[in-house]
Design a protein around this ligand. Structure first.
Ligand code: ZN
Length: 461
């Protein structure tokens, strides 16, 4: 699987989360079915223009760099790290491979050279364009024909292109452009589309199974990826395309450029990241999700209900070791129903509805005077498979999840309070050497103590 990753010039918002939660569940479900999934998600750190996702405007990272006076690679690094943290908090599995566009310039140049050699691309004063009129299949993914397109963009670019729909594979770097590389056509930088062809084919082969991305990427981004990849290799590029729909606010698409985005970091102050994950999975990946705070609150109540059934079961069953489902567990009617719904284009809303049935059954079993261990273990395995492995909504002990963060915080706070108690005892016994040693050791570990008449306060600096 290849997923178009973030352009790392700011934090991830809830629209990104919908995309990455959707593809995470698809990946998890395929693993559940027994597939060996290699999951590649790139980082766009060069070449993605503002304005219209085409060849015009400024590079988004360079624009941010000019505004903040911070090197573009520092911006890319910062937001790559922050985004990974945010997505991990929502229990999204990290990609197997996370390649960066700037780390694959050679591979991009190689494809462009191949396209020129085969007559699909041409160079004009240091820039290289793909000639859409040479590719009879252009438009096959989105159904958009080249004639539909109006000529747009800067006059020079329009003059350079043979056809208004030709798209840039390589752009000449003007004076002062920071991100630039030597190429057979002079110093420049790659267009946006070519990076995904280069990185996906490098790690997954010239023909691979699944390519995912937001619906807004279908045209031009994915259409261009198909054109340049298939013309370069002469082979089918991708077997299945999966596009997720958007998150809307009062019916309007949420996005960084529209200014109505809700950054995950801000939302995490009000909502548990796992509740947000659950909320997103309540709508199908191909449907829009309307972003409404009271709807998320309502989802949170339902989610708690599910978790409480699971937690009671965990306690009653003694948390047996989690295994792959046995034949008997796989033939449980709710498991079969769940699989049927997920086989129908990954129907997560129906999948969640089935979990409510499972909660009902779990509560029934738990209300028996003496439930059988075998039955409890079976249900526990089913919960872990459907809600845990596939939907990823069970509380996780993996790093990043808020549940584990909170547990850690609580444990740390208990330990520090205990140590402060020992110091108090030492002072009461006038063992000032011990009390000073405790204070100094805590300070070395980053914990500052402040004594006042109300007691000792601590903080981590
Ligand atoms: Zn892409």
């Amino acid at each position: 699987m290849y997923v178009c990753g973030m352009t790392v010039y700011s934090d991830a918002h809830i629209g990104h989360a919908k995309s990455y939660v959707s593809f995470d569940v698809i990946r998890r479900y395929l693993i559940f079915l027994g597939y060996n999934v290699t999951f590649v998600q790139n980082i766009t750190d060069v070449g993605h223009m503002t304005e219209n996702d085409e060849d015009e405007g400024e590079d988004k990272l360079l624009k941010r760099s000019a505004e903040t006076k911070i090197h573009p690679m520092q911006i890319a690094e910062t937001y790559t790290r922050r985004t990974s943290e945010d997505l991990a908090a929502m229990n999204i599995l990290p990609p197997d491979i996370m390649p960066r566009a700037t780390g694959h310039i050679i591979e991009q140049i190689e494809i462009i050279e191949e396209l020129i050699a085969k007559g699909f691309a041409y160079e004009v004063s240091g820039s290289v364009y793909f000639d859409v009129t040479k590719d009879k299949d252009y438009g096959k993914l989105s159904g958009r024909k080249t004639e539909d397109q109006e000529a747009s963009g800067r006059v020079e670019t329009r003059r350079e292109k043979h056809h208004p729909n030709d798209f840039a594979l390589w752009k000449k770097a003007e004076k002062g452009h920071i991100l630039r590389w030597p190429s057979p056509w002079g110093e420049g930088f790659p267009g946006w589309h070519i990076e995904c062809s280069a990185m996906s084919m490098k790690y997954l082969g010239e023909t691979f199974d699944i390519h995912c991305g937001g619906l807004e990427n279908q045209f031009p981004h994915h259409e261009c990826e198909i054109a340049q990849s298939e013309c370069a290799t002469g082979k089918l590029f991708v077997r299945y395309w999966i596009h997720n729909n958007m998150v809307t606010v009062e019916g309007v698409k949420m996005g960084k450029s529209l200014g109505n985005s809700s950054y995950l970091r801000d939302l995490f102050k009000d909502f548990d990241p796992m509740t947000l994950r659950y909320y997103l999975l309540q709508s199908h990946y191909r449907s829009t999700t309307e972003f409404k705070k009271d709807a998320i609150d309502a989802a949170g109540i339902g989610y708690e209900k599910l978790l409480s059934a699971y937690e009671k079961l965990s306690a009653a069953s003694g948390k047996p070791e989690v295994n792959a489902l046995s034949e008997a567990e796989l033939s449980h009617p709710l498991v079969r129903e769940f699989i049927t719904e997920m086989n129908d284009d990954f129907n997560t809303p129906k999948g969640i509805a089935i979990l409510y049935e499972l909660a009902k059954e779990t509560n029934n079993v738990l209300s028996q005077a003496k439930p059988e261990q075998e039955q409890l273990t079976g249900l526990y395995q089913i919960w872990n498979a459907l809600a845990g492995s596939v939907l990823g909504i069970l509380p996780t002990s993996e790093p990043g999840g808020r549940t584990s963060d909170e547990k850690e915080k609580n444990a740390l706070s208990a330990v520090i309070e205990k140590v402060i108690g020992w110091r108090k005892e030492a002072r009461e016994k006038k063992d000032f050497a011990m009390s000073d040693e405790i204070r100094d050791d805590l300070l070395k570990a980053g914990v500052t103590l402040e004594d006042s008449k109300d007691g000792t306060k601590w903080s981590i600096k």
